[in-house]
Write a protein that binds this ligand. Structure first.
Ligand SMILES: Nc1ncnc2c1ncn2[C@@H]1O[C@H](COP(=O)(O)OP(=O)(O)OP(=O)(O)O)[C@@H](O)[C@H]1O
Ligand SMILES: [Mg+2]
Length: 268
């Protein structure tokens, strides 16, 4: 089992040269403490600008914290690595490669032979329900299909952690709901730990075992709610039934009022 941990992490972006604004020295994130274990899917929810993407970029190793430590199994993160895979809000697929070669790309970087990566990419495409789409160009795929290719690609290098930044945000409601279930099953099967950034309270509660609230200026994790509905989803209970249950509604209300009690963006 692996653990991704944030210890007393703060982040302040360097001021832009020549354009120093009065609030440039503000911390974007402050005092972040967080642990995510393998097999676990946690959700982070917060207003626009609260620092969610920044937090994910720190975990990915794209940027370094101003203070504190981010580590996988107590080994501090030095930069991006194959142990952590990112799925972005807008699919970041390579348009010059077909679906299969997109999925196989991380394996190519790892030096896996052509035949082996072809086979693995095909398995992953089947896992996300796109077994027949390997030869298709990216522009021949719908938005939902592209996100599935993105998820398959993220799983290709068998990461220990999936970092998901609003991966389903651009999809229509029906596709999104189907994709939520698929994401949960795929993550569960892979055994990877996952951090899911979302704006949707429903999505956070349905998918995550814990929902954390990031409050803005500076971004701090101010509340944590245990959900646990994902086990029911995995057991085959329809999500509409779960969402209609009194326990779901209670947590939904609690989370809604927590988020509404946060300071306003405009007030910052
Ligand atoms: N590279 C950067 N350089 C300077 N400031 C940045 C940079 N990236 C983000 N910021 C600032 O940090 C704050 C948090 O941004 P971030 O993108 O992490 O928010 P977010 O919670 O992901 O928002 P959203 O929900 O809109 O995606 C914002 O004020 C933003 O302007
Ligand atoms: Mg963001």
């Amino acid at each position: 089992m692996s653990v991704l941990s944030f210890r007393d992490v703060s982040l302040r972006y360097p001021p832009r040269a020549g354009l120093r604004a009065a609030n440039d020295d503000r911390f974007v994130l402050n005092g972040i403490n967080l642990q995510v274990a393998s097999h676990e899917l946690i959700a982070i929810i917060g207003r626009s600008g609260s620092g969610k993407t920044s937090l994910l970029n720190l975990a990915a190793g794209f940027i370094a914290p101003t203070s504190g430590t981010i580590a996988v199994d107590d080994v501090p993160i030095q930069g991006p690595g194959a142990d952590r895979a990112v799925v972005f809000q807008d699919d970041a697929l390579y348009p010059w490669l077909n679906a299969r070669d997109n999925v196989a790309f991380p394996l190519k970087l790892n030096g896996v032979s052509r035949a082996a990566r072809h086979e693995r990419a095909q398995q992953l495409l089947e896992l996300v329900g796109l077994g027949d789409a390997g030869e298709r160009h990216i522009w021949e795929l719908s938005g939902g299909m592209r996100q599935r290719v993105g998820i398959a690609r993220a799983l290709a290098a068998e990461p220990r952690f999936l970092l998901l930044d609003e991966p389903l945000g651009a999809l229509d409601a029906l596709t999104r709901s189907r994709m939520q279930e698929l994401l949960l099953r795929v993550q569960h099967r892979s055994g990877a730990g996952a951090v899911l950034i979302t704006h949707s309270i429903d999505e956070a509660l349905i998918l995550a075992s814990r929902v954390l609230v990031l409050s803005p200026h500076p971004g701090r994790l101010t509340a944590e709610i245990e959900a646990g509905f994902s086990a029911e989803v995995l057991a085959g209970t329809p999500t509409e039934k779960i969402k209609a249950s009194p326990s779901f509604k209670r947590l939904h209300d609690a989370l809604t009022s927590l988020i509404h009690s946060l300071p306003n963006e405009a007030a910052a």
